[in-house]
Design a protein around this ligand. Structure first.
Ligand SMILES: [Zn+2]
Length: 202
């Protein structure tokens, strides 16, 4: 979206808020589910996949962080945006979650021979946690998220639109981002030993 001053704005949470939310969701899920301990390579690959998942739904906008970090990313972003029906459409729905899940599974299976020591099931789950956290975070923004496509309704929280967050505005910068950061710090400090035990020592 281009505003009146000609500046490009993104009508979703900022990339760093999505990154932080994805990591927090990953840590919270690990604490609740306490999976079998994994090796360090799997933990690092899972964190990377989780961060990619956290920004993946925004492949439908050429200005997204996902594309900004790639050479000629804006070009691909425009193509994907058209394919996915424009911003906040297919990639921001449960149908999109399933499509991301299938595509990620195929890609991870394809790459597995290059990294045989990595538990690809954990990496896939970490990616999906990132994708889902993105949709949850975008639900707090004014535009909402079309969770139930093809039902053409955008859902958000709180249901009253005017109470939701405008991207990059004060509410996100001084409230939402610091709150998630504090939540992540609190989770890590109160479950430090448990989190440490989830990673196998060589
Ligand atoms: Zn988004």
């Amino acid at each position: 979206m281009v505003n009146v001053r000609g500046w490009v704005t993104i009508s979703s949470m900022t990339g760093r808020t999505h990154d932080l939310a994805a990591a927090t969701a990953l840590v919270a899920t690990a604490i609740v589910l306490q999976p079998t301990p994994v090796n360090l390579a799997t933990a690092l690959a899972a964190l990377l996949a989780n961060q990619i998942g956290g920004i993946a739904p925004d492949i439908d906008q050429p200005t997204a962080p996902f594309w900004r970090n790639l050479p000629i990313g804006g070009f691909f972003g425009r193509i994907f945006g058209k394919l996915l029906g424009g911003h906040r459409f297919l990639s921001h729905s449960l149908v999109g979650v399933v499509v991301f899940g299938l595509a990620a599974r195929a890609l991870i299976n394809f790459l597995h021979p290059l990294m045989p020591h990595i538990d690809i099931g954990i990496v896939w789950v970490a990616f999906m946690i990132g994708v889902c956290s993105h949709l949850v975070m975008d639900s707090f923004t004014r535009e909402g998220v079309p969770w139930l496509l093809p039902v053409p309704v955008k859902f958000g929280f709180p249901p009253v639109r005017s109470l939701r967050v405008t991207t990059g505005k004060k509410m996100e910068v001084i409230l939402i981002f610091p709150l998630i950061a504090l939540g992540l710090i609190w989770l890590c400090s109160t479950h430090y030993v448990l989190l440490q035990q989830l990673i196998l020592r060589p």
